[in-house]
Design a binder for this molecule. Structure first.
Ligand code: AMP
Length: 113
């Protein structure tokens, strides 16, 4: 997708600090971390909203979710972690390519983020 920063990262046109990649997904460190460990997991297919994904994209999201425990293990998040998917303006979604935030490496407290 033209002008999508995450599509450009997936295509290797913009550098990223990758922590995992396969044919379906990419995981890389957030450029503006909100926790000691902050990684984004993105399906390689471009879509912004869960509400608009097709069956194949839903399958990719499932694969991302199934892979996250392994990625979290590689990141050393043995104490747990928080997952966040921002959807739309009120949630503060700034990149319109679906992504799952993995946050951890510290006590995350009871706050939202
Ligand atoms: P969201 O607000 O849920 O749309 O999250 C978008 C996230 O992408 C933010 O946490 C940004 O810091 C992060 N981000 C934006 N550009 C980059 C980039 N080039 N590399 C890594 N993370 C990025």
């Amino acid at each position: 997708m033209e002008n999508c920063i995450f599509c450009k990262i997936i295509a290797g046109e913009i550098p990223s600090n990758k922590v995992y990649e396969d044919e379906d997904m990419l995981a890389f460190r957030d450029i503006n971390p909100q926790a000691k460990v902050h990684v984004l997991v993105v399906p390689k297919s471009h879509f912004a909203m869960l509400a608009e994904m097709n069956e194949a994209q839903a399958e990719l999201v499932k694969k991302c979710l199934q892979k996250i425990p392994e990625i979290a293990g590689k990141l050393g998040l043995s104490g747990g972690y928080r997952l966040i998917i921002n959807q739309g303006k009120d949630a503060g979604q700034t990149v319109h390519h679906l992504h799952i935030h993995i946050l951890g490496g510290q006590d995350m407290g009871e706050k939202m983020l």
